[in-house]
Structure formats: structure tokens, C-alpha cells
Design a binder for this molecule. Structure first.
Ligand code: GLU
Length: 477
């Protein structure tokens, strides 16, 4: 039998990391089994569902690469189908019309509470013979079995059972004629031939109700896997106050989708001690049985580490594709300098996020405005001007076509030897001169990427600055 899984978000907001992890597990299970992955938008709650949320979810699914084989299906486009099945259930006596008014329900609810009973629909209309006029409003309730248990084997949590006595007769069609959520899910999963339902553990309580509906319909019951919550590092349910929760916020913050997925797959699933998985490895190794029952805590530091691993190991071309967004976002015109692939190669080691990488890259493309004050204070000394003059004298002799790291790098040593000083006393002023800052990749590659003309100009500019600084100091003394 073909394995068919689905992701069924309610479009009431952006896709958050918990949803993305559920989608990932569902997707991986389909891919692992050469099955199909279906995307369904559960938009029956018309007040809370919005088009921007739908767009945001689709954007996040595309960005993460969790491609779907069928859909997106929209529940709001399937109302005729749901109503058709409800009518069939009514005809077969498996559902009934309920004419209880809001006031009656509230009254009985209050009485139950007063008797310290669990408030639930008391089945008033279930076997009622009362006559009703055709224009009297009613909702439709599902006839839940009154006795016995609903048992199922959850692929993550093991055997679970509920007493039918705990479940009341669920409304499946409201008075206004719209079908309700738990019913639509069953019809969809049935029609879409879903074999494995992977979803958040917050849906466990819906499962027995849904199973009873499957049974009434004579529909095959899918397998269920309820995935635990993601918590913040303080143990509370992950929320905005822990930092980013939206998947696209991670794009904005400079994470690679590959890294985010790798991080999320490990958050609640594992294969030995392995931390880094290629997509193919994830697909090959993934199984629902290895999903952890306990909640997992989101740890941004670890995500950063994973991201850095990916920045270093993915082909620079791939990283560069994602870097474009950051460069555009920061307004850096990257046509005026090294290619993004060269930039990635130079900065990968020192970048935990693409945001950091982009922020560190400005001096490759634009003139820096000012020197980093701390670097100036630490490294610009009385002999820095001489160091720069000597560097410049050598660098000027290197023609454009030989302006490469291997040729540029030894300049620092040469000048260090000429002046008989430590390399830092030459290398650091040179670095500050060409970048404006005290940190950069290795000086040879840095100068190569900045380019000959720009480097020489910046050294001139810095020599001027140092002369001016010396003159000011002389004046003050
Ligand atoms: N629409 C539900 C949600 O977003 C998921 C329901 C399901 O997977 O069955 O939480």
C-alpha cells in the first residue's frame, strides 16, 4: 500500500517552527517510503483564517523545500462534499438533528456543573421523537457510541485508549450549515487516502472522536503519530518571547533552510549521536518509531552551530543563493566587488549566520565610513604609518593580474622583517587600513577580494589619517 501523509495547517498565522517540524516528519516519512505528501489548508475557521497567512505558509514550505505532491487543498472548497456525507449519515441514522437552543444548552450545562459532572451534551435530541417545523434551526450531531472504548496504537506514544462515555455527540454541522473541523479532517484524510497522520500532540483528544467517525463511515482508519511540543530553553511552551518562532524569521535572521531542517529533525528524533544529516540521510534513516515522546527544548546556540556547519560545508554556490536575500535586505550592491561565492568561501569559517556574513561583508563592496574605534586604539601606534608606507611600497609593485592571496600575504612578513617588529604591528594596521575594522579573513585573501585599486587607495587614505592624527597629537603637546 502506498504511504500517504499530509501536512494540514490552519492558516491563522505564519508557519512556526513546531509546525515546520511536524511537516518535516510527515514529509520525511512519505519520502522514506516513496509515498506521497499532501498539503491541505484547514481554513474552515473563516474568521481566523487569512489569505496572508496562507501565503506565508506556502512561502515557508517552499523556502524549506518541503515539496508536496498533491494540493494545496482548501477545506472551504470542499463544503459540498462534507455536507453530502453528513446527509448520508443522517439518512443512515448515524447522525441526528439537534434542535436544542443555546439557552437550553447553557441551562443544562450549568446544572451539570452544579452536580459536579463533567459538562457535555446530554443527548437530548438523540432519540427524541419531538416534532419540529421545517424552518426550525438545528445543528447536526454525530451519534458517538455510548459504551466501550476507543483504542489506537500511536506510533510515537504507544497504546492509547479513551472511554466512549467521555465523549459526547459532536456537532458536525453548525446551525448555519457549515461543517465542523473534526468532521472535515476525517473526510479529507479519507478522501485523500492518508495512511499516516503525523500531527501535534495537541490533537490527541480529537483522535478518538475522529476514529469513531471513520468507523461509522466504514472508512479505513489511518495510523496516528502525535508529536510532542517544542519548548523554549526555560521549559515553557515555545513562544515569541523566546525569540523567533516563525520559520521565515529564521530566513531573515540568516539561517539556511537545510540547517533549520537538520536542527528541527534532531529536535525530537535521532539516529545515534549523529548531529549533521544530509537530506538524503534524513530520508533514508527517518522512522516515526524513533521520535521522542518527551518535549524538546529549542536551543538557538545549537541551531547556530548547525548553521555554521552548513555554511562551511554546502557548496558556496548554494550558500550564495541564500545570501542574496541578506545582501538585498542590507542594501549592499554586491555587483561592485567579489562574487558572492568568493565571499562565502572567505567568510564561511567565521559566520554563524548569513546575516553576520552580510554584515561583515560591506567593506568588500563599499567604502567604509569610519575606523572601528577599538581597533584604532589597540593597533594604531607611532610606527603604524611607517608600516603602511612600507607595505604600500611593496604592494604597488604587484600588478593587477598577480593580485592574489599568495602574493599578498607575504608582504606582512617582509615588512615585519624590515622593521624588526612582530607581525601584528604590520598586519593589523594593514587590515584596519583596507577594511576599517580589526577583524577580517586572512589578510591576503581579504586584499585579493577587495581588489588592488581599492586597497591602495584605502592605504593612502589611512596614511593620511595617521599623519593627521600625529599632527593633532603634536599640536596638543
Ligand atoms: N489544522 C490543524 C492544526 O493546524 C492540524 C490538524 C491535523 O493535523 O489533523 O493544528
Amino acid at each position: 500500500m502506498e504511504v500517504r501523509t499530509r501536512f494540514a495547517p490552519s492558516p491563522t498565522g505564519f508557519l512556526h517552527v513546531g509546525g515546520a517540524r511536524t511537516a518535516l516528519y510527515s514529509w520525511l516519512y512519505a519520502r522514506h517510503n516513496n509515498g506521497k505528501f499532501v498539503l491541505r489548508i484547514e481554513d474552515t475557521d473563516r474568521e481566523r483564517s487569512t489569505q496572508p497567512a496562507i501565503d506565508a505558509i506556502l512561502e515557508a514550505m517552499k523556502w524549506t523545500g518541503l515539496n508536496w505532491d498533491e494540493g494545496p487543498f482548501y477545506q472551504t472548497k470542499r463544503f459540498d462534499r462534507y455536507n453530502q456525507v453528513i446527509d448520508e449519515l443522517l439518512e443512515k441514522g448515524l447522525a441526528y438533528k439537534c434542535y436544542c437552543t443555546k439557552e437550553e444548552l447553557e441551562k443544562r450545562h450549568a446544572e451539570q456543573v452544579a452536580r459536579k459532572e463533567k459538562p457535555r451534551y446530554d443527548g437530548h435530541c438523540r432519540d427524541s421523537q419531538e416534532a419540529h417545523s421545517p424552518d426550525e434551526p438545528y445543528c447536526v450531531r454525530f451519534k458517538n457510541p455510548k459504551e466501550g472504548k476507543v483504542k489506537f496504537h500511536d506510533l510515537v506514544r504507544g497504546d492509547i485508549e479513551f472511554d466512549n462515555a467521555e465523549l459526547d455527540d459532536l456537532i458536525i454541522r453548525r446551525t448555519d450549515g457549515t461543517p465542523t473541523y473534526n468532521f472535515c479532517v476525517v473526510i479529507d484524510d479519507w478522501d485523500m487516502k492518508i495512511t499516516h497522520v503525523v500531527r501535534g500532540e495537541d490533537h490527541i483528544n480529537n483522535t478518538p472522536r475522529q476514529i469513531n467517525i471513520y468507523k461509522a463511515l466504514g472508512a479505513p482508519i489511518p495510523e496516528f503519530a502525535h508529536v510532542s511540543m517544542i519548548l523554549g530553553d526555560d521549559g515553557a511552551k515555545l513562544s515569541k518571547r523566546h525569540g523567533a518562532v516563525s520559520v521565515m524569521q529564521y530566513r531573515d535572521d540568516g539561517y539556511l533552510p537545510e540547517a533549520l531542517l537538520n536542527y528541527l529533525v534532531r529536535l525530537g528524533w535521532g539516529h545515534g549521536d549523529q548531529e549533521i544529516f544530509t537530506m538524503d540521510e534524513m530520508i533514508n534513516l527517518f522512522g516515526l518509531d524513533a521520535i521522542s515522546k518527551s518535549a524538546s527544548a529549542f536551543n538557538t546556540e545549537k541551531l547556530k552551530w548547525v548553521n555554521n556547519q552548513y555554511i562551511k560545508s554546502l557548496p558556496p554556490k548554494r550558500v550564495a543563493e541564500e545570501l542574496v536575500w541578506q545582501m538585498n535586505h542590507l542594501g549592499i550592491d554586491y555587483s561592485k566587488g567579489p562574487s558572492l561565492e568568493e565571499l562565502v568561501t572567505a567568510l564561511a569559517e567565521r559566520s554563524h549566520t548569513l546575516r553576520e556574513m552580510a554584515e561583515q561583508s560591506r567593506y568588500f563592496y563599499e567604502e567604509y565610513e569610519d575606523y572601528d574605534a577599538a581597533a584604532v586604539k589597540k593597533w594604531f601606534k607611532s610606527d603604524s604609518l611607517e608600516a603602511l608606507e612600507r607595505c604600500k611600497a611593496i604592494l604597488e609593485q604587484i600588478p593587477e593580474n598577480e593580485w592574489v592571496a599568495d602574493k599578498l600575504h607575504p608582504v606582512v612578513e617582509q615588512v615585519g622583517a624590515q622593521m624588526d617588529v612582530k607581525l601584528g604591528k604590520v598586519g593589523m594596521p594593514l587590515r584596519i587600513a583596507v577594511t576599517g575594522r580589526g577583524t577580517s579573513p586572512e589578510i591576503g585573501i581579504t586584499m585579493q577580494l577587495i581588489g588592488r585599486e581599492r586597497c591602495l587607495k584605502r592605504i593612502d587614505r589611512t596614511m593620511e589619517y595617521l599623519k593627521q592624527k600625529a599632527a593633532n597629537q603634536a599640536q596638543q603637546q
